[in-house]
Design a protein around this ligand. Sequence first.
Ligand SMILES: [Ca+2]
Ligand SMILES: [Ca+2]
Length: 144
Amino acid sequence: MIRSALLLSALAAAASAVTCPPDWTQVGYSCYYLSTYTDTWRNSETTCQTLGGHLMSVSSPAEQDVITNYLRASDAWIGLNDLEDDGHYVWTDGTPYQYVHWAPGQPNDLLDQDCVSVLEDGSGQWDDNHCKYTKLFICKKMAS
Ligand SMILES: [Ca+2]
Ligand SMILES: [Ca+2]
């Protein structure tokens, strides 16, 4: 008991030793930023790189919760895409494509959709969409 309490406080201390820039939300060791304007998927990824990160990747249910519970984001781009090879999804930050949170019936590649956004309904579910559409976007980078 004491041991796990010590471990928890050590983890908390380590997490508080790193921080995120103003306007970014820190969850654990990661920082998340929801844009205040809309842009195409490619421009959004470029902007996130300029800010030191990438469009957000999602690797677990806990991280999926960041979208709905912390950022309360809807109709926003995330980093998943199948631009290179249709049906073969990759995250722009190199996270392995394992965890998924697709909306029912998605991805449907309707008229060649290659970029992924979260739904307008606030559920956080994913939908492949047209990369040229302009949407809010979520950046992610390591806290430092
Ligand atoms: Ca596609
Ligand atoms: Ca779709």
